[in-house]
Design a protein around this ligand. Structure first.
Ligand code: GLP
Length: 241
C-alpha cells in the first residue's frame, strides 16, 4: 500500500487527479471505476480543469461507477447518476451516452442488473484504476461491515450509520433510500490499480485500521491489504485525527 499524506483537501485532490490522469495518458481508452461522495469532488474538478486546458482527453475513456441507490430515478438529484453528470461527466469530453455506466437504480430486476454489470465490466477488459472513498465505518462502495462480505455486484441494505451519514445530502434521514446496488468486493479487488481518497478527522479511525494491515470484514477497506497496487491519498486531518 502506497501512502501519500497531503496537507489539506486541495492537495489531496490534486495528487489524486495526477494519479488518475497518468493512467488516462498512458492508456487513452482505459476503464475507470469511479466513486461518489463528497471526498472525490475536488479531484473531479481538477480532472475537468485538465480536460478544459487540453491536457487530458476523455474521448475514449470508459467509466463504471461503484454503486447507486435502489430504487431511485436517474433524474433524481440525489441519484449517483445525477451526481456524476454534475460533478464530472457534463464537464469533460467523455461520450456520456455510450461510455459512462452506472448501475440502474430503476431496474425492475436488481439481481439481473447486477449480474449484467459484472459481465459488462469484464467485457470492457476490466477496470484499470478504481477510485474509492471510504465510509465512516470502513464501507467501500456500499459494501458495509458485516461477517460475510459479498463478492459479486449485488443489492444490499444500508446500515443505520450510513443512512445517518448520507442524510446530509437529503432533507432528512427518512428520505435516504434503504437499499443500494453496489459493486461487490470481487470487481473492486480485480481492478488493476486502486486509489483511495480519505479526508477529514471522521475517517481517522478507519484509515488507521486499514493502514495497520489487519484484515477484518468489520472494516471492508482493510481487504485492500490483499491487493498489490493500492495508493492511499489522505489529508493530514484523516492521518493525524
Ligand atoms: C457513500 C458512497 C461511498 C463513499 C462514502 C463516503 O456511502 N457509497 O462510495 O466512499 O459515501 O462518502 P464521503 O466521501 O462523502 O465521506
Amino acid at each position: 500500500m502506497k501512502l501519500y499524506v497531503c496537507k489539506n483537501y486541495d492537495e489531496m485532490s490534486a495528487k489524486a487527479a495526477s494519479v488518475v490522469a497518468s493512467v488516462i495518458t498512458l492508456k487513452p481508452d482505459c476503464v475507470l471505476g469511479l466513486a461518489t461522495g463528497s471526498t472525490p469532488v475536488g479531484m473531479y474538478t481538477k480532472l475537468a480543469e485538465m480536460n478544459k486546458e487540453g491536457k487530458l482527453d476523455f474521448s475514449e475513456v470508459k467509466t463504471y461507477n461503484l454503486d447507486e441507490y435502489y430504487p431511485i430515478k436517474a433524474s433524481d438529484p440525489q441519484s449517483y447518476r445525477y451526481f456524476m453528470d454534475k460533478n464530472l461527466f457534463d464537464n469533460i469530453n467523455i461520450d456520456k451516452a455510450n461510455n459512462t455506466h452506472l448501475l440502474n437504480g430503476e431496474a425492475a430486476d436488481a439481481d439481473a442488473e447486477c449480474a449484467a454489470y459484472d459481465k459488462a465490466i469484464e467485457a470492457a477488459g476490466g477496470i484499470d484504476i478504481q477510485v474509492l472513498g471510504i465510509g465512516n465505518n470502513g464501507h467501500i462502495g456500499f459494501n458495509e461491515p458485516s461477517d460475510p462480505l459479498v463478492g459479486p455486484t449485488h443489492k444490499t441494505g444500508l446500515t443505520e450509520s450510513t443512512i445517518e451519514a448520507n442524510s446530509r445530502f437529503f432533507a432528512s434521514a427518512d428520505e435516504v433510500p434503504k437499499h443500494a446496488l453496489t459493486m461487490g468486493m470481487a470487481p473492486i479487488m480485480k481492478a488493476r490499480k486502486i486509489i483511495m481518497l480519505v479526508s477529514g478527522k471522521g475517517k481517522h479511525a478507519v484509515l488507521r485500521e486499514m493502514l495497520s494491515g489487519v484484515i477484518t470484514t468489520k472494516n471492508p477497506a482493510t481487504l485492500l491489504n490483499l491487493h498489490d497496487d493500492v495508493t492511499v491519498v489522505c489529508d493530514e486531518e484523516a492521518y493525524n485525527g
